[in-house]
Design a protein around this ligand. Structure first.
Ligand code: PSU
Ligand code: MN
Length: 347
């Protein structure tokens, strides 16, 4: 029986016989629009802990060459903690899962150019299709875009900085990040520092509940229910739906989610390391000003988040950058340890 099965499914990678098969799907094999690197594919085959990394933070967040330094730092954080990094983005219209240093430099050095796009779920078919008419786009994938591609490859864990959310005033603008709907439909676990308070955090938590997304915040020794963090601040005034002790608990929740065949994602929030936290009152003033300028400039749609983030950076005179880097590094480390624990549970 096993032999028949193996013959009838010759190209099914081993990684997809576990959790992915339980979720009723196969991993996508390489084709003209989608390519998983040999290292990542081999790691997934042998049940090594693979961690997805996004690239919008390089194309629309950090400038060149700092973005290259950050990309290489994050990859080495995954490796030194026993994992295999899968940096995900689009080069020449091809969705790439696992990029080598030259690929990353090519993408990161194109930051700020007009044909370097910010790519979410809705954009992936566009850039793929345009390849066939010789229009070649490079782009950073957002959390939504990265989750989707990670899932196609069979990757379960993803570490990053700040999640998109429900924007303030969304009751009239309807500006709600596709990161939230992606978490509702794609079984990938995201480790982030919550979301920035230029967003409407209470409504973001509400929306995640509507989408059926499990949200937990690492307690780090704190007693009782803790706040969902607000990126630079460990507290937001909004309680996290659940509190988890550590990476072992996070992995146990992911394992249960797979066993239950629940196809939505999970969000684990890791508060910024205390020594890098910036007092909320300090950031509030800057955020108000950044939002005022976005409003005055009539910024909307996909340009909104990058514009506000750039203004915040400018108005804080770069003071927020060390915190930003430190928290991403801390999230990626935690994501790797969660991936390691999950590999043990699913081994
Ligand atoms: N929030 C941050 N930093 C970021 C982003 C959001 O604090 O870099 C990026 C991420 O790539 C996220 C995207 O997925 O912006 C969300 O954009 P939008 O709000 O347009 O969905
Ligand atoms: Mn938006």
């Amino acid at each position: 029986w096993l032999a028949t099965r193996a013959v009838s499914r010759p190209r099914l990678p081993r990684a997809c016989l576990g959790a992915a098969a339980a979720l009723g799907r196969r991993c996508l094999t390489n084709n003209g629009f989608f390519r998983v690197s040999d290292e990542v594919r081999e790691a997934l085959h042998s049940n090594k802990p693979v961690v997805a990394l996004e690239t919008t933070i390089y194309t629309h967040g950090f400038p060149y060459p700092e973005n290259v330094a950050l990309a290489s730092l994050l990859e080495s954080v995954v490796r030194t903690n026993g994992g295999v990094p899968a940096t995900i983005g689009i080069l020449d219209g091809i969705a790439r899962v696992g990029m080598n240093p030259e690929d990353i430099i090519r993408l990161a050095s194109s930051a700020g150019k007009s044909n370097t796009l910010k790519l979410s779920r809705r954009d992936l078919s566009y850039v793929g299709g345009m390849r066939l008419t010789n229009k070649l786009f490079n782009g950073g994938t957002t959390i939504a875009g990265t989750m989707l591609l990670a899932h196609l490859a069979g990757i379960k864990i993803f570490g990053t900085g700040g999640l998109g959310g429900v924007h303030r005033g969304a009751e009239s603008s309807m500006d709600i990040s596709a990161d939230l709907t992606e978490l509702g439909r794609t079984p990938v676990t995201v480790v982030s520092s919550g979301c920035k308070s230029f967003l409407d955090i209470p409504r973001t938590i509400e929306y995640l509940e509507t989408e059926g997304v499990g949200v937990g915040t690492f307690a780090d020794g704190r007693k009782g229910n803790v706040d969902f963090p607000a990126f630079w601040s460990r507290d937001s005034g909004v309680k996290s739906p659940t509190t988890i002790a550590d990476e072992v608990e996070a992995a146990a929740i992911i394992h249960a989610q797979h066993a239950l065949q629940i196809k939505s994602g999970l969000l684990f929030a890791n508060p910024v390391p205390s020594e890098f936290a910036i007092p909320k009152a300090e950031m509030d003033v800057i955020i108000e000003e950044a939002l005022k300028q976005a409003d005055a400039a009539g910024i909307s749609g996909k340009d909104n988040t990058p514009f506000v983030l750039a203004k915040i950076k400018e108005l804080s005179k770069g003071a927020s950058i060390p915190a930003n880097r430190a928290l991403i590094e801390s999230n990626v480390k935690r994501a790797t340890i969660v991936a390691r624990e999950l590999a043990i549970l699913q081994g």
